[in-house]
Design a binder for this molecule. Sequence first.
Ligand code: SAM
Length: 309
Amino acid sequence: MEKFEQIFMHINGETEKREQANAQTYLESLLSTLESTLDNTFEWQVEGASKEDMRKAIQIAILKGMRKGSQPNHQMTPDTLGLLVGYFVEQFFEKELEEGIISVLDLAVGTGNLLYTVMNAMDNKISATGVEVDELLIRLAAATGDLIEQPVALYRQDSLEKMLVDPVDAVVCDLPVGYYPNEEVSLDYELCAKEGMSYAHHLFIEQAVNYTKDGGYLFFLIPANLFESEQAKQLHKYLKSHVWIQAVIQLPETMFSAKAHEKSILILQKQSKELKAPREVLLAKVPNMSNKQALAMFFEKVQMWKENK
Ligand code: SAM
């Protein structure tokens, strides 16, 4: 049995016991199991387990809890997407990562799985901030962050309201999709809808740009049809005046359960007087992950684009 499976067995066994004994949901019991692991009131050991083993084990347990519950906003960014985002962060910050650390912000940090996948991929090179409105999810993110010893500051709040966060080098964010209910807060945004309710995912893009340093990069998981909605024209206009689109990466349909859930990766750079827009936007499609040859070609295409950028 692999190490992450051994960790999962310990955590899951205890979580199921607590779930029954305390009449709590699986996710609530998981949180108490993780917190007890941290304060040593629940002890277990898996010799030589890494941060990634720990993250993967917790990820499987959270997924199990989310499948059992029916909270529509309880979604986690899966590994495959996190690893791809991590790959692009590494490509865009190659020089900075060689020389030091970068600051990363996730405005919809949820369970932390996306952020921690990226942080583990560049271990000791990222200091991070995460913001999330859901109390249970952010507590799971906090416990996981402590267990895998990643430096992260977490804030529980609506990310579209004012935040006490310094501008960062990079944003990673799996955007929450839908309408944003707080119309008063939406009025502060250029992307506030002219009529009716604004799209949360549009406002999140604008807020992320607000908290990025000039010249910094933003890596979003966006709904694949982002540029097809009736508010897309307004979004285009906003992007044109504040950022440079670096890349739009389509993801394979097989990664998603339904067409409506399909996502793409959008990479932006906040405009800066000292820098120039890329010569060409990288438009690429990630092939099916099991096709090794096609995948190698995809990474080659990214490298070629990077060299001519
Ligand atoms: N990357 C996360 C992970 O790996 O667990 C999943 C992100 S999920 C697609 C979007 C998250 O945005 C949800 O956790 C949801 O609770 C959060 N969210 C939605 N609206 C929000 C808001 N206004 N402020 C802060 N978080 C919000």
